[in-house]
Write a protein that binds this ligand. Structure first.
Ligand SMILES: [Zn+2]
Ligand SMILES: [Zn+2]
Length: 325
């Protein structure tokens, strides 16, 4: 018996682009990116009908924190970069909380973000602010694109190439597939609580607006600012091949994500702050879960690795220079 020659396999395409996907992207953009802006304006107008109370503040803050942790600890540090291992119950909770943020299903989010790391600030990066020229107009265009506009229509990274580990996890895919229901839960939950607390329809609307759409709006712009402003402005303590920056003053509000240069230099690290005195609430949660035995194998870079990549202080700049060669 002789072996028949195999036909040469075509190389797997890294990105997909077709009218159907672009239609889905446009729909998602309108529903979850434009609607929260409209909802935030409506919430401000609704203050004339129903003043802001403690209920709205608690709903806004608690859901912002939970969904924000779902994004940074779940979508980003666990699912994209595998910086620690977790029990299935933690995986499921983080998929649900991350989905409730309305920033896309976990498999797409991970594929897009892995492509961002692969092509950072170069052709193929889905949201670089640094590819439109260095004059004022080019920089403004870059900021608009990277912060927001890229989501209207973009090349879709092939999930078979970029997220094979996720699509092999059946339990994860089962939960992640219900993405639209989880987003709806994030809207219905504060509406119901608002209605129960105030015992009125205005309570329902106020809960929906502040715990749902305003919360979504605020978290989205915080996450998007990492893609846009922190690839242009801020400090650069570590050598990395793209133009990522740290914005330490925003560490608390971004739940640690604003140590973006640290993150690009050490994407395998569960801690983005890297040092104990740099605020990193996402890492605090990972430490807490590890102390409870729910996560383990938490990865951190060695002191030698950090020292090797450290840019000497006198050359650590805060300028807005373009992409390093
Ligand atoms: Zn990352
Ligand atoms: Zn980045």
């Amino acid at each position: 018996m002789t072996d028949s020659p195999r036909a040469p396999q075509a190389p797997r395409t890294k990105t997909v682009s077709n009218a159907y996907l672009h239609r889905l992207q446009r729909r998602h953009f309108l529903l979850f990116d434009i609607l929260p802006i409209v909802g935030t304006l409506a919430a401000l107008a609704f203050l004339f009908v129903h003043p802001l109370g403690l209920t709205e503040l608690v709903l806004f803050f608690s859901l912002w924190l939970l969904t924000g942790l779902g994004i940074t600890v779940g979508y980003h540090r666990l699912f994209t970069h595998r910086t620690f291992k977790a029990k299935q119950s933690v995986i499921t909770a983080l998929v649900i909380l991350g989905s409730m943020a309305g920033q896309g299903g976990v498999v797409s989010w991970v594929a897009l973000h892995r492509r961002h790391h692969e092509c950072s600030d170069r052709d193929g990066d889905p949201h670089s602010p640094n590819l439109y020229g260095s004059d004022v107009k080019g920089r403004l265009r870059g900021l608009m694109h990277s912060h927001f506009l890229w989501m209207r229509r973009h090349e879709y990274p092939n999930v078979v190439h970029y997220a094979p580990d996720l699509i092999k996890n059946r339990a994860l895919v089962r939960v992640a597939r219900q993405y639209y229901y989880w987003v709806a839960l994030g809207l219905v939950l504060p509406a119901v609580i608002g209605g129960l607390v105030y015992q009125s329809w205005t309570g329902v609307i106020s809960g929906l607006l502040w715990g749902g759409l305003v919360r979504m709006f605020v978290l989205e712009h915080i996450v998007w600012a990492i893609n846009s402003f922190l690839h242009m402005f801020g400090t650069r303590p570590y050598a990395s091949r793209e133009n990522s920056r740290n914005g330490g003053v925003f560490a608390l509000v971004t739940l640690g994500e604003s140590w973006h240069n640290n993150h690009h230099a050490f994407p395998e690290s569960a801690s983005f702050g890297l040092d104990w005195y740099r605020l990193d609430p996402g890492y605090w949660l990972i430490r807490l879960l590890a102390a409870c035995g729910l996560v383990w194998d938490v990865c951190l870079p060695s002191d030698e690795r950090k020292a090797a990549k450290r840019i000497p202080d006198n050359t650590c700049d805060t300028s807005t220079s373009g992409v390093p060669a």
